[in-house]
Design a protein around this ligand. Structure first.
Ligand code: PMP
Ligand code: GLN
Length: 384
């Protein structure tokens, strides 16, 4: 009897660059400034609250929409930060991470043949998430070197089949952020259309130099047609928790929950109990931007002694550097070579483009202990 042969639904997908570079860094004992995760400890109080929740018996399934107390605290935070009232009962769903929230939103909306506008460089899950739903990514490059959205090009690429626009601010990998002007343009583009928005705001609190975060949550008219996704792991230094949430209108969230219900159903209970209590203290999120901005500035200062040239980073964990004064190798070859020869791992930015567009730029993650950043830069200085 012959076994069935599989025809890949994602034939162009290989292993993500984050896993490739982290494995190489581990194998060679290199300083890993590649994959985006902090190497400093997470908050002790939050660890204590998880412990307390487990000991107090919060170990069974949470509500399918997420723990009520956590959703209520989130609604309060949204009102405080963005002045928008969202109903925790009908508009917030806790998910196992931000990536899952994006996948679920896309799966809720997209049908085969729908077109989705996606800006490149793009976080690596977006395009496979579009394609697995039979939809078509319409890729628009962000304008190099400041990576802003070319709204004229967006208008040119809209067709009657355009179903969704994917946004990400603060942006991975570039650290660029949406401005108020982008929101005005977005409003004009989607007005009177059937276009939905998926806004990835996992770096919501990691925005620097006093620039306000242009969350879609500030704009109730846009929220009506949007899913806005977040990640607790990314902001509370516990990426391994894989816990996040999505916010939308009641009508869209009803459909989102139908997909969620039979995929994950509900998320890790003790961490939800802990976060529900932890987030009642506003300093837990208000202190994040100055803390991470300190790391960005510290890294940038050290990097002045190298031959790398910085591009601006307004938010996220990441800082891009050009290496054109060092080498004309492809960014992938360069990233692998410096890991092997100098012991520092970075991410080549071409990995965030379908066609591998190579502007000779690599991404470093600065969410690290000062000593880690120092150790990395001591090595990067040696690259001539
Ligand atoms: N979106 C972006 C832009 C990210 O950088 C990340 C972090 N990997 C995610 C989504 C996913 O977050 P999570 O780990 O909660 O799935
Ligand atoms: N978001 C992280 C990054 O950009 C990685 C997460 C992952 O490995 N999927 O580096």
């Amino acid at each position: 009897m012959s076994s069935p042969s599989i025809s890949s639904k994602l034939p162009r997908v290989g292993t993500t660059i984050f896993t490739v570079m982290s494995s190489l860094a581990a194998e060679l004992g290199a300083v890993n400034l590649g994959q985006g995760f902090p190497d400093f400890p997470m908050n002790e109080k939050l660890i204590g609250l998880v412990d307390k929740a487990m000991r107090n018996g919060f170990n069974q399934y949470a509500h399918m929409h997420g723990l009520q107390s956590l959703r209520e605290v989130l609604a309060g935070k949204i009102e405080f930060l963005y002045g928008t009232s969202v109903d925790p009962a009908t508009q917030i769903t806790i998910t196992p991470g931000g990536t899952y929230a994006i996948y679920t939103a896309l799966t809720t909306i997209l049908r085969p043949g729908d077109e989705v506008i996606v800006f490149e460089p793009a976080y690596d899950s977006y395009i496979p998430n579009i394609e697995i739903n039979g939809a078509i990514p319409v890729r628009i490059p962000l304008s190099f070197p400041d990576y802003h959205i070319d709204w004229k090009e967006v208008r040119r690429r809209i067709t009657p089949r355009t179903r969704m626009i994917l946004l990400n601010s603060p942006h991975n990998p570039t650290g660029s952020v949406l401005r108020e002007e982008d929101i005005t343009q977005l409003r004009n583009v989607v007005k009177d259309s059937q276009i939905f928005i998926q806004s990835d705001e996992v770096y919501e609190h990691l925005i620097y130099d006093g620039v306000p975060h242009q969350s879609i949550l500030r704009y109730p008219d846009l929220l009506e047609r949007s899913f806005v996704s977040f990640s607790f792991g990314k902001v509370y230094h516990c990426t391994g928790w894989k816990l996040g949430y999505s916010i939308s209108s009641p009508a869209l969230m009803t459909e989102f929950r139908k997909v969620h219900q039979f995929n994950c159903f509900s998320c890790h209970t003790p961490s939800q109990v802990a976060l529900g209590e932890f987030l009642t203290d506003r300093s837990t999120y208000l202190e994040l931007a100055p803390f991470l901005q300190g790391r960005r500035d510290y890294f940038q200062d050290l990097m002045r002694a190298t031959r790398f040239t910085p591009l601006p980073s307004y938010g996220s964990y990441f800082q891009l550097y050009r290496y054109d004064r060092i080498s004309d190798e492809s960014d992938k070859d360069f990233a692998i070579r410096i890991t092997k020869e100098y012991g520092v791992a970075a991410i080549p930015v071409s990995a965030f483009y379908t066609e591998g567009k190579d502007d000779k730029v690599v991404r470093f993650c600065f969410a690290k202990k000062e000593e880690t950043l120092q150790r990395a830069v001591e090595r990067l200085i040696k690259i001539k």
